[in-house]
Design a protein around this ligand. Sequence first.
Ligand code: IPM
Ligand code: MN
Length: 351
Amino acid sequence: MMTKYSIAVIGGDGTGPEVTKEGIKVLEAVGKKYNISFQFDYFNFGGTRYLKTGQTISTEEINELRKYKAVLLGAIGHPDVKPGILEKGILLRLRFELDQYINLRPVKLYPGIETPIKDKGPKDIDFVVVRENTEGLYAGAGGVLKKDTPDEVAIQESINTRKGVERCIRYTFEYAKANGRKKVTLVGKTNVLTFAFDLWQRAFNDVAKEYPEIETNYAHVDATTMWFVKNPEWFDVIVTDNMFGDIITDLGAMIQGGMGVAAGGNINPVGTSMFEPIGGSAPKYTGLNVINPIAAIMATQMMLDYLGEKKAALAVEKAVIKVIEKMDSMSAGKMGYSTTEIGDIVAKFIE
Ligand code: IPM
Ligand code: MN
């Protein structure tokens, strides 16, 4: 029986459309093999449209996206648009309005990829960060007083609701259980942020009781950055708030080989989820066919896994592992292949 999925595609800015194209190529190849048919519907959001029309994204457009279970996103970000407009107007707006309360970011070093961490290899670097994706410092609470005067005051508050925190922690334990992971570490700052992380710690302890088979642990966020470098093998699954998750996953991306390989999922388990390479729009490489599409391809792998197409997801991962062995580097322009060639080879390995 043929399974059918409608996927919304937001190529976005810069190299975003180029890498999503390779992701789609791979989805089509894997679909052929496993009898899955995809319909791709394209949405033209991003900096280019914003510069032309002044429109980031409309409520109608967001409502249109609600009809999809999955969105494939390239990159949002344009050098000619002031920082904050596209981030808040498109990316964060989608995460919030679609209630994608999980940002799932695997940190896995594949064989043949260089890590800047001396003496560590694929068996040491294999963990997942679950970042809360709708609250914390990102909620936009606060304000400014007496702007542009010597008495200016800026307040930016971290919002942590019991409900929001608990659902994120529960998702994390469920994820660990479903994926054979053994340990969940709460990353926070209980020694200083004594209101927010006290709530996190209590919610964590309460939810953990429902999963006696999973080991639990706590680490301060500053120490975590140290351990990502010194002892990455200590981590299995991490759960943390929005801001800390943002910061530590950039470090995570670097130790797994860089932005060329790191993918993530913005997940609403009962709504519309969105999968993306976590790197930016890389404007200086636009149109040159040199950007690494592996991260975008891995975003489709995460999407397949999320949709329950486990065999297809595994096939993509295996093909990616084989392609990586042939690549010279994960950096744009130094891969030994062009962007489109990488997509072609992954697709061929799947067949
Ligand atoms: C990310 C990005 C975004 C974030 C920016 C672009 C708003 O850094 O996805 O990690 O801070 O969440
Ligand atoms: Mn980030």
